[in-house]
Design a protein around this ligand. Structure first.
Ligand code: WTA
Length: 646
């Protein structure tokens, strides 16, 4: 049976154990129902109340202003500072001695920071930025390995009101440059390199290439991590040297609720990445609340989210959500198989991790590596598991439950997006029975529905488009520098409803089942890529005339990139050219975008009006017969050739 059929026939259900429920923040479904109902019927009362749990500098005077929809304003009149929410409040409440971050490098070196220590580090970091002339509202690009300074850099920006724009360290110099330019960044924070699979991944050379000729960038601040040789330019500053003369105290800048906290680029259905903009109060409230209720965090928990801070998951569930809740967490620099495939379980055992959050791709990889790997470690500290980033197939869900969770830990399958800031559809672990493959029910304030192409809500078990019908605090406020594109991308299809770009269905119990993207966005190992982005990279190569990129299902990575390429005349096609093109895409975008498969073709199947018929290419890539209509295809022989029929 295919995964989709599997999911349609899935009727297993796992209620939380009585023991888990009795200790959970919300241990009965009636409480969830009551709170959810209030959050939908009267969001202003609900969010107005829970928002008082944040430490405000000036209290807000208004909860929501939706009069200029789709541009929301939450908690108008209020001021606060994200770094003070994450650090100062805990230190002031006498919790400064609690460990905030237990960090481990890939080679096994370790560092630990209490809240008081992190508070001190972030203030000095903030002063380094101020000393370099970084001001409130300035954009700062961060391109770093998973070292503690990455979290500190984010919080230091937040402390002085600068807007951070983190770019995943696996992106290429070109991709970094594009993001620095689009955001108008004036400073870059990076490192000499990071450890990845036993090797130093140098970062500084990519930054040098990315900022060349961009005069607006006045500072490149370099954290020393791997001590590899780096080239040095006039605007480069070693962090460890600059911090020596930085003052110890830096007061948090009072920020308006709606001031931008950060920009994070993600892929959409066009070639140009979108700078998703999140604001201070709404984003913090939602990441704080979801960490509290979905991860059910308690004082004695050790939380570990395995994402990279370069993605939204790391922003929300390494930096802001856990720290706002005063959690103790593990942060790990490297790969799950360096130096051996039991690395993650070794860390769970060593640090006594209680809550573990990872991606389905990782779980499917662990399955491949074998049951005996996790069986070799003591995983009994775990009490809750989570997944994010892509649909999880029931088989992987069951494996996770049995082999990692010892059949005792609830699994929270959390559906959300860079745009939504935090969890949207997710079980609360103490009260929502889970079903393998379903992200279950909406979080507080999330008015989700399944509609048809015309925006009409569909009955249970009908596949359709996932929409959100009400604004929520951590919704994106726009796309950096392009308000029209924001409106167009998310709100033009249905007017008053946010269109997420995902297909889904809802079952008779009201549970959501995500089927995947319905636009030209690919999801490879939980990483978003746009087909157009990869196509633009390919056609930039002189050997390529035309390219079309589609996804095919992959057992481990969820989806894999398949590129159909029309080469220039008289060029030798074969493995060698395919390899050249793969490397070229890695250079243009990053290794995550490398096509798994490149197929050369004399022509691409097109409609009579010249549009590439991706649906047919998807069928070819997956080795399926095309069931759909092929009557509009311009030249049927093209399709026959692609399929290898003659
Ligand atoms: C997909 C990652 C199924 C979905 C937080 C969404 C999921 C896109 C899930 C956002 C899940 C994320 N089940 N699909 N639990 N979580 N997705 O912006 O297609 O990197 O639209 O945010 O990932 O990816 P993004």
């Amino acid at each position: 049976m295919s995964d989709i059929e599997n999911i349609l026939h899935e009727d297993r259900s796992f209620p939380p154990s009585a023991e888990f429920a009795s200790q959970a923040r919300i241990g009965d479904i009636e409480t969830y129902r009551r709170m959810y109902a209030e959050s939908i019927a009267d969001p202003e009362a609900f969010f107005g109340r829970v928002a008082r749990e944040l430490p405000w500098i000036e209290p807000f005077t208004e909860v929501l202003d939706w009069s200029n929809a789709p541009f929301a304003r939450w908690f108008g009149g209020g001021t606060l500072n994200a770094s003070a929410v994450c650090l100062d409040q805990h230190v002031e409440a006498g919790r400064g001695e609690r460990v905030a971050i237990r960090w481990e490098g890939e080679p096994g070196d370790t560092r630990e920071f209490t809240y008081a220590e992190l508070h001190a580090e972030v203030q000095r970091f903030a002063n380094v930025l101020l000393d370099r002339g970084v001001k409130k509202g300035d954009r700062v690009a961060i391109y770093m390995p998973m070292v503690p300074e990455l979290a500190m850099a984010c919080l230091a920006c937040a402390r002085i009101g600068a807007i951070h724009s983190v770019v995943f360290g696996g992106f290429s110099a070109n991709a970094l440059r594009e993001r620095i330019e689009d955001g108008g960044c004036t400073a870059v924070i990076t490192a000499d390199g990071g450890w990845r699979r036993g090797k130093v991944l140098p970062l500084k050379p990519a930054v040098d290439e990315a900022v060349e000729g961009i005069d607006a960038v006045h500072t490149v601040l370099v954290v020393r991590r791997t001590e590899n040789d780096v080239a040095w330019n006039p605007r480069d500053v070693w962090y460890h040297e600059a911090v020596k003369s930085a003052a110890a105290v830096c007061a948090p800048e009072p920020m308006d609720s709606e001031d931008t906290l950060f920009i994070l680029y993600t892929s959409g259905s066009t070639g140009r990445p979108k700078g998703i903009q999140h604001t201070t109060a709404g984003y913090l409230l939602h990441t704080y609340l979801t960490t509290k209720y979905v991860f059910d965090v308690r004082d004695d928990d050790v939380f570990w989210c395995t994402a990279d801070v370069g993605w939204i998951t790391g922003h929300s569930y390494i930096v802001y959500g856990p720290l706002a809740n005063g959690c103790t967490q593990v942060m790990y620099e490297g790969a799950p198989n360096a130096p051996h495939t039991g690395r993650f379980w070794e860390l769970v055992q060593k640090y006594g991790v209680t809550i573990f959050y990872t991606a389905p791709t990782a779980i499917r990889t662990f399955m491949r590596w074998g049951d005996d790997v996790p069986a070799g470690y003591d995983l009994s500290s775990l009490r809750l598991l989570g997944t994010v980033g892509e649909p999880i197939n029931p088989e992987a869900w069951m494996w996770y439950r049995e082999h990692i969770g010892g059949d005792r830990c609830p699994i929270v399958d959390t559906w959300w997006q860079t745009e939504t800031g935090g969890h949207m559809l997710t079980p609360l672990p103490g009260c929502i029975p889970t079903k393998p493959g379903s992200c279950t029910v909406p979080f507080f304030g999330v008015d989700a529905a399944i509609v048809d192409e015309n925006g009409v809500e569909l009955p249970a078990n009908h596949g359709g488009l996932l929409v959100i019908r009400k604004p929520w605090p951590s919704m994106l406020r726009g796309l950096w520098g392009d308000p029209e594109r924001y409106r167009e991308t998310y709100w033009s299809k249905f007017g008053s409803m946010y269109f997420a770009g995902d297909g889904a269905r809802r079952d008779v119990d009201g549970y959501f089942w995500i089927m995947g993207r319905v636009d030209d966005v690919l999801n490879v190992s939980g990483h978003r890529l746009s087909t157009m982005e990869v196509e633009s990279a390919l056609v930039a190569h002189p050997a390529v005339v035309e390219a079309a990129v589609v996804a095919r299902p992959d057992e481990v990575t969820g989806e894999a990139v398949v590129a159909f390429v029309t080469p220039v005349a008289n060029i030798e096609v074969g493995d060698e050219l395919a390899q050249v093109l793969r490397e070229y895409v890695a250079k243009e975008i990053g290794a995550i975008a490398k096509p798994a498969d490149i197929r050369f073709t004399e022509a691409l199947p097109k409609t009579r009006s010249g549009k590439i018929m991706r649906r047919l290419l998807r069928d070819v890539a997956a080795g399926r017969e095309s069931t759909g209509d092929t009557s509009t295809i311009e030249d049927l022989s093209v399709l026959a050739k692609l399929r290898g029929e003659n």
